[in-house]
Design a protein around this ligand. Structure first.
Ligand SMILES: *Cc1c(COP(=O)(O)O)cnc(C)c1O
Length: 374
């Protein structure tokens, strides 16, 4: 019943001349493509998006603004008025430099490209955001993953020892972490900043849902970089992330950024949306309340374990995650993320992004049926 809206891809790979294949880097030849599952017609609880569509009145107001975008001209290269709007909306310290990216994905790429030297290492706890490792290896650097404990905590002493031994050019810390949802201790962040001779990127993709931010630490350490995104607060579609760093180093990263990386529609839309402070805060508050209710309901169910999280998603452990995942998708048209197979500590774990109240209700009904029948 679901119709596909993805672009046509041939079901078999056409044969290719070997001499052309050998031009590609080893990583490009062997990597698995980033898989985005078909989602049309589904209840989408898999990608940490906000479930709230823009209200009609705001759509009209935004449409009126976008009418005046002059697409014949390149965008403002430094996106300066958007930068001012971001600084104001998130109360960012004036003494730090701001750079915007086409999603925080692009900022991760920019940081890594700027530090791409032969032999350079990149370190992060694992499992964490997959792009840290993916981009590192695409750029020919080596990735050092330090395993989280099975309870999603981190052995801080061994983490710091690994940094001291490996001397990475950059350490990535997702704060809170995706996919585990936990937030590292602030004391650890500070020790990492002190131990590292390289940069430390603190990725606060979930800052709107988290109990803490490391913004004040970033101001105090020259090797600290903060990355955030608008994707998890209702604007995944416009692709906008921002990065704060010290003015002493910001220029190096700016050298890597393509001049017109933030398109005019994104700039205009973000400026409009950042003025809708009450609306944005209401959406976050609704998601937080729904997450708490969903957490309580899940904790009362036999046959699963739910983990607390400082994000807009919850992790649950079930007896057979691949099966529960497929049944949710095929029998109930509910798409969640199956993390089983990504890392040993994610065995039988599903990641569920908080949806609309009606969507969460359908998820609960589906889980009730699946877990009792089994
Ligand atoms: C979602 C996510 C990102 C990517 O965000 P975009 O701005 O949409 O590219 C980066 N880091 C973490 C930890 C995330 O969960």
């Amino acid at each position: 019943m679901t119709t596909s809206n993805h672009s046509a891809t041939p079901s078999t790979t056409p044969s290719v001349t070997p001499s052309l294949v050998s031009l590609f880097t080893d990583k490009v030849q062997t990597m698995q493509p980033y898989h985005v599952p078909k989602s049309s017609g589904m209840i989408k609880l898999d990608a940490m998006e906000s479930p709230y569509k823009l209200p009609e009145q705001m759509r009209q107001a935004l449409a009126a603004i976008l009418t005046h975008v002059n697409i014949n001209r390149y965008p403002n290269s430094s996106s300066s008025s958007l930068g001012a709007a971001i600084r104001k909306a998130f109360s960012l310290p004036a003494e730090l430099s701001l750079m915007m990216g086409n999603g925080s994905d692009e900022l991760i790429q920019i940081v890594l490209m700027a530090l791409m030297r032969p032999g350079a290492k990149v370190l992060s706890p694992v499992p964490s955001f997959v792009m840290y490792q993916q981009v590192t290896e695409l750029l020919g650097m080596s990735f050092v993953g330090v395993d989280f404990n099975p309870d999603f905590s981190l052995d801080e002493a061994s983490f710091l020892a690994t940094i001291a031994r490996e001397q990475p050019a950059v350490v990535f810390l997702a704060y809170p972490n995706n996919p585990t949802g936990v937030i590292l201790s602030r004391a650890l962040i500070e020790k990492v900043l002190q131990t590292s001779n390289g940069f430390v990127v603190i990725d606060e993709a979930y800052s709107a849902y988290a109990s803490d931010s490391a913004l004040d630490l970033v101001a105090r350490y020259e090797n600290a970089i903060l990355i955030r995104t608008l994707s998890k607060i209702g604007m995944a579609g416009i692709r906008l992330g921002y990065m704060l760093s010290h003015p002493s180093v910001a220029g190096f990263f700016e050298n890597v950024r393509m001049p017109y990386n933030i398109n005019l529609f994104t700039q205009a839309t973000a400026r409009f949306m950042l003025e809708q402070k009450t609306y944005l805060a209401d959406c976050v508050n609704h998601i937080v309340a729904e997450k708490a209710a969903l957490y309580d309901w899940l904790s009362a169910q036999a046959g699963l374990v739910v983990y607390s999280s400082e994000t807009n998603f919850l992790l649950v452990r079930v007896d057979n995650a691949p099966e529960v995942f497929s049944r949710l998708r095929d029998d109930y048209q509910i798409l969640v993320k199956n993390l089983d197979g990504q890392h040993p500590i994610l065995k039988n774990i599903l990641r569920i992004t908080v949806g609309l109240p009606a969507e969460n209700a359908k998820l609960k009904a589906a889980l009730t049926e699946i877990l009792t029948i089994d």
